[in-house]
Design a protein around this ligand. Structure first.
Ligand code: AMP
Ligand code: MG
Length: 335
């Protein structure tokens, strides 16, 4: 049986949060809210506990987890890092960004899927931070969804998908970002972007100088599995087909004619291309931000009610890079 707690992020001195922290320390699994997506956590130093994460998600064992800490100085306990780099990290931490560093011996191999490197994040969400403090250990966590599905960003979706798969579920308000953290590799000569996310390459450039953005970020070729584990797997995928449309002014209707009840996620300026057909739609806001926050929730919602999700391809700019990176993986077809 899963214990479900709904916690107000303004009420952190809370017995439920203390109970969940202690349970985590003692080997239980806890789903918790973060500013990006819900995470599925276990004691990051306890191999047996961490195995439960892989089992609950059906996650392949070669896809490593992120170690979540409450204090940036604690990075030194788990990874090799010099003061200069730590100072740069402090400029964007806590927040929706994950750093890949050379791991120290104390980090169990199961966290890193036998790599020499460990991914570390200091979340900004007050409940996540308090939970880590209460546990008194780092929390190893991937996103809380079943492997291959869109990440979870709504409390009702978390309960529907993960009830009875974990020991505790903590729900709270909807997240600020709704997309997974930016991941950067700090072990190379240049900083390498491994997963685009809420912190944009432009922002990273301000702090770290040159940033390498590999081709696979834009879906140009398969991820180099050696540097970006997890990227090779099908991801973010609803059951129903997701179709990405590059240009609505071209004839796309032939490609969708077999669907009886598709839904469109489309920019307002292109509504004219579908409006007369009576299709359901969601408008994508011009700067993409509101869309990014609700993207995974929308995929889950329409997966239940429609037979295809047709999405406009967005520009690979700012948060658009992260959205398109997820959508290319979710898509069954790009036209
Ligand atoms: P998730 O939070 O479910 O998206 O999973 C964590 C993601 O972090 C993985 O899919 C990897 O892309 C990334 N990650 C974790 N550990 C490492 C590592 N040592 N090196 C590179 N990427 C990592
Ligand atoms: Mg995930």
């Amino acid at each position: 049986m899963t214990k479900i707690f709904n916690i107000d992020s303004l009420n952190l001195n809370n017995d439920k949060l203390k109970e969940a922290g202690l349970a985590l320390k003692n080997g239980k699994t806890v789903i918790f809210p973060t500013e990006t997506v819900y995470g599925l956590g276990a004691n990051g130093l306890d191999e047996t506990a961490i195995k439960k994460i892989y089992k609950a998600k059906g996650r392949p064992s070669d896809n490593p987890l992120i170690l979540h800490l409450s204090n940036v100085e604690d990075i030194k306990k788990y990874a090799y890092i010099n003061e200069e780099l730590l100072n740069k990290i402090k400029k964007i931490t806590p927040g929706p960004i994950t750093f890949v560093l050379i791991k120290k011996e104390i980090v169990p191999d199961i966290v890193t899927a036998n790599r020499e490197t460990v991914a570390i994040r200091i979340p900004a969400h007050p409940i996540a931070r308090e939970l880590i403090k209460n546990a008194g250990v780092p929390i190893a966590a991937p996103s809380a969804n079943i492997s291959g599905k869109p990440s979870l960003t709504r409390s009702k979706d978390v309960i529907e998908e993960m009830n009875n798969r974990v020991d505790y579920i903590i729900t709270s308000d909807d997240p600020d970002f709704g997309l997974e953290s930016t991941v950067i590799d700090l072990t190379k000569k240049n900083v390498v972007l491994l997963r685009p996310g809420p912190i944009s390459p432009e922002k990273l450039k301000d702090i770290f100088g040159k940033i390498e953005v590999p081709d696979f970020i834009y879906g140009k070729k398969e991820a180099d599995i050696a540097i970006a584990p997890g990227m090779k797997y099908r991801h973010y995928s609803p059951e129903k087909p997701v179709i990405l449309v590059k240009d609505f002014s071209k004839d796309f209707k032939n490609d969708i004619k077999n669907f009886k009840k598709p839904v469109f996620f489309i920019l307002k300026e292109n509504l004219k291309f579908i409006k007369n057909d009576g299709f359901d739609y969601e408008i994508i806001d011009k700067n993409y931000f509101e869309f990014a926050v609700k993207l995974f929730a929308l995929l889950r919602k329409y997966d239940k009610t429609h037979d295809a999700i047709i999405i406009e391809s967005l520009k690979d700019e700012g948060i658009g890079i992260a959205i398109m990176n997820r959508l290319r993986k979710a898509a069954s077809k790009i036209i």
